[in-house]
Design a protein around this ligand. Structure first.
Ligand code: ARG
Length: 247
């Protein structure tokens, strides 16, 4: 009899703790990123992912009462991992129609545009000048999609944007197309070697970053959007922009 009661109590404890913490929407939100995209995500001095996106999703998790676990992976495999290895992804990811076929997106949290990194003193200045060039990009990014459309371009796609910049410095590519803020970080890092040209010179369209979500999970989308709105209203969002992007 005692044993039966014990088993029953054990089973009840299991059920209750599972209700509180089981599954993707219980206690833990597993978030995929690609921590090679400063200032949005990079590996910090302590060896852990840091950056604007990481801080933002942690603040969102806090508002939702969930523990955030960051999983660093290739950018190219983020979308297909949602609903499997990861619950959501935050990675300076632009909302695109193609991605929307597979995932949903939160409200946008940042406006960006592609920039072009060129060797210092380069004459590249207009869309016309990009034709027939060797262009470096990060694999699976909107920079790659844009480069693929440029007439006569031969496109080299790298797992990390910084590897494209390294090949620019080695002379293996003629320019690199990458999002504006990381372009500025790389521009500062290699200021003796490269210049950064804003995408407006090439008529690149504005892009909107959002958190990629499992398709059809409206409950999770609403919770994340509510948290994002609260962070915008209470000043946390602006403080993070100051700390990570405008520092
Ligand atoms: N905004 C671009 C895109 O969505 C590039 C994002 C790259 N992000 C990263 N964490 N590596 O395709």
């Amino acid at each position: 009899m005692k044993k039966k009661i014990f088993t029953l109590v054990l089973a009840m404890i299991l059920v209750v703790s599972c209700l509180a913490g089981c599954g993707s929407q219980g206690g833990t939100l597993t978030v995929g990123t690609n921590a090679a995209f400063p200032p949005f995500e990079y590996i910090g001095d302590d060896g852990n992912p840091d950056g604007f996106d990481v801080a933002l999703i942690k603040a969102i998790g806090e508002k939702m009462g969930m523990k955030v676990v960051i999983q660093d992976m290739e950018f190219d495999s983020l979308v297909s991992s949602i609903g499997g290895k990861i619950d959501v992804a935050i990675a300076g990811m632009t909302v695109t129609e193609e991605r929307k076929a597979t995932v949903d997106f939160s409200d946008s949290y940042y406006e960006a545009v592609q920039s072009v990194i060129v060797p210092k003193g380069s004459t590249i200045a207009t869309a016309e000048d990009l034709k027939n060039l060797k262009i470096g990009v990060q694999l699976g990014t909107t920079g790659e999609f844009i480069a693929d459309e440029i007439e006569g371009a031969s496109v080299s796609a790298y797992n990390k944007a910084v590897d494209a910049v390294n090949d620019l410095n080695n002379g293996r590519v003629d320019c690199v197309i990458v999002d504006k803020n990381p372009a500025e970080v790389f521009g500062a890092q290699f200021s003796d070697k490269v210049d950064v040209i804003d995408g407006s010179a090439f008529d690149f369209e504005p892009e909107y970053y959002a958190i990629a979500l499992p398709k059809g999970n409206e409950d999770l989308a609403a919770k994340i959007n509510n948290a994002l709105n609260e962070l915008k209203a209470d000043g946390t969002y602006d403080a993070l922009v100051k700390q990570y992007i405008e520092e």
